[in-house]
Design a protein around this ligand. Structure first.
Ligand code: SF4
Length: 343
């Protein structure tokens, strides 16, 4: 394995004085361009061309600016770089590992758990995470685009056991502030909904997405609003992300994080401790640490259960309880996420 060269972060690739939408149009989609920006050589990596055909590379410059130039093992780079291992077929790994499609009630509405439903608001993400459990999801038929919202809204209206709506995707913050406003307004008109949860990786990979207009809209909602961000490594949370997240915190939005335990990225105890500390500095509580969902193409990221349990035990000895995330696995058909110590 090549020895990491500990150079400065790749700040020079970012031009962040533009809108979040413009930053998205500048996202890198070519692995060679990504490696060039980080002063890395293609020959230091496996052949990434086939994996790129099945699930394209996509990464915004704001995220690249947090990677370490010259380091082929950078934990942010390895989350997004297409790799040959993704083409390996592994036993026990599936295209729909958590049975999302069995829970689909209308196009783009998943109803798995009591009291809450999840809306697939868009297929789009700002970044393509290689371990994504929805990397094979059939978004073309399973998306609550504006035209299908009405079906989903009707479903929610007719079931008064539903108290919470989760906006997911893809990434719901890929929708414009205007579209989000329309959707949230429609949901607010349903009396039995009291909580709105937004699952998003954008505060981490494109923090300029946290616009003042978005913050004001969420703050003025009649809902208790919770945003569950997705950060896996302490290097993902810098001063820029802290500033964006603090705006949400000051507006009264509950902030939680869900991470995925990933081999080669964040399986060391010091990495998890640093992540929890950085999250708390940003006003975010570590909520879930997910064991990898067994999705085809991601087996090389798996961390075995005994190792994961030992990691959590070590975290408990070094952190206050509120900074230790719950280690869980989603199992299709279960009534909720399963704590890892019950597996
Ligand atoms: S942002 Fe979330 S939904 Fe999008 S690719 Fe990453 S893990 Fe998957």
């Amino acid at each position: 394995m090549p020895k990491p060269m500990l150079n400065k972060p790749a700040k020079s690739v970012a031009n962040l004085a533009i809108s979040w939408q413009q930053q998205l149009t500048q996202a890198i989609t070519d692995p060679e361009a990504l490696l060039l920006a980080l002063k890395l050589k293609a020959e230091d990596f496996s052949d990434y061309s086939a994996a790129r055909q099945t699930f394209g590379l996509k990464v915004p410059l704001a995220y690249i600016s947090k990677m370490q130039a010259g380091n082929p093992r950078d934990p942010l780079l390895l989350q997004v770089l297409t790799q040959a291992q993704e083409m390996v077929t592994s036993a026990g790994y599936a295209k729909d590992p958590v049975a999302d499609l069995d829970a689909s009630k209308t196009p783009g509405l998943l109803h798995k758990y009591h009291g809450r439903v999840l809306l697939i608001t868009t297929a789009a993400c700002a970044v393509h995470c290689r371990y994504c459990f929805r990397r094979h999801f059939p978004y073309q038929t399973q998306q609550a685009g504006r035209d299908q919202w009405l079906q989903s809204i009707n479903y929610i209206r007719q079931d008064n056991s539903i108290k919470e709506v989760i906006l997911s995707g893809g990434d719901p913050l890929m929708l414009s502030d205007e579209k989000l406003d329309v959707l949230i307004t429609q949901l607010e008109a349903i009396p039995h909904i009291s909580r709105l949860r937004i699952h998003s990786r954008l505060p981490v990979v494109l923090p300029d997405r946290i616009t003042d207009r978005l913050v004001q809209r969420l703050a003025s909602s009649r809902f208790n609003v919770c945003m569950v961000i997705h950060a896996n490594h302490a290097s993902e949370i810098t001063e820029t992300e802290i500033k964006a997240l603090k705006k949400l915190q000051l507006a009264g939005i509950q902030l939680l994080n869900q991470a995925v335990l990933l081999n080669g990225i964040n399986q060391q105890v010091n990495e998890q401790i640093d992540l929890s500390e950085n999250l708390y500095n940003a006003g975010v509580l570590p909520y879930y640490l997910h064991l990898l969902d067994p999705v085809q193409g991601a087996a090389h990221f798996d961390v075995k259960l005994d190792r994961a349990l030992s990691l959590i035990k070590q975290m408990r000895s070094k952190l206050p309880g509120f900074l230790v995330p719950k280690l869980v696995r989603e199992i299709a058909g279960e009534a909720g996420k399963i704590p890892a110590n019950e597996l």
